[in-house]
Design a protein around this ligand. Structure first.
Ligand code: ZN
Length: 154
């Protein structure tokens, strides 16, 4: 299943990515992020599974791993061109463009991972300033300090 205006295909970042097949304006909805709502994060059996979990509000989680979620292939990037915005009326988030998109652009958003989660998820987004881990933007300065101080000295 794919949302109108997007397609899933191999990505230079990781696995399958979500790509625009038409123009999107800043602030335009790209695709719904669908899944079961949970009151607790499910037991995660592999690090890869965690990439589909979204905390839509404090203590409320959405499992976007089902094939019926058209947006699940969207990759994380350090400078994402989209963001996930929760619509309480719809009961699920939407991927929304943060900047104008053109056909062929890979659609990315900030997975918002914690410092602990980031240790299991390398980021290969290709941004000049890529921090090297999938981690929420506000936590990146702390991670950079951590990596600097934990680097082996010679
Ligand atoms: Zn990155």
């Amino acid at each position: 299943m794919s949302a109108a205006g997007t397609e899933s295909k191999p990505s230079p970042i990781s696995g399958l990515g979500l790509f625009a097949t038409r123009d999107f304006e800043t602030g335009e909805r790209i695709a719904p992020y669908m899944g079961d709502l949970l009151n607790a994060p499910p037991e995660v059996s592999s690090p890869g599974q965690a990439t589909y979990l979204v905390e839509v509000s404090p203590g409320r989680w959405l499992d976007g791993s089902a094939p019926t979620n058209p947006a699940r292939h969207a990759n994380h990037a350090c400078l994402p061109n989209a963001e996930l915005i929760y619509d309480a009326a719809d009961g699920h988030p939407w991927l929304v463009a943060r900047q104008p998109l053109a056909p062929g652009d890979e659609i990315t958003f900030d997975y918002g991972f914690s410092l602990a989660e980031s240790l299991f998820h390398p980021c290969k987004c290709g941004a000049k300033d890529c921090v090297g881990r999938i981690i929420a933007a506000p936590l990146r300065p702390a991670l950079r300090r951590h990596l600097r101080f934990s680097r082996r000295r010679d």
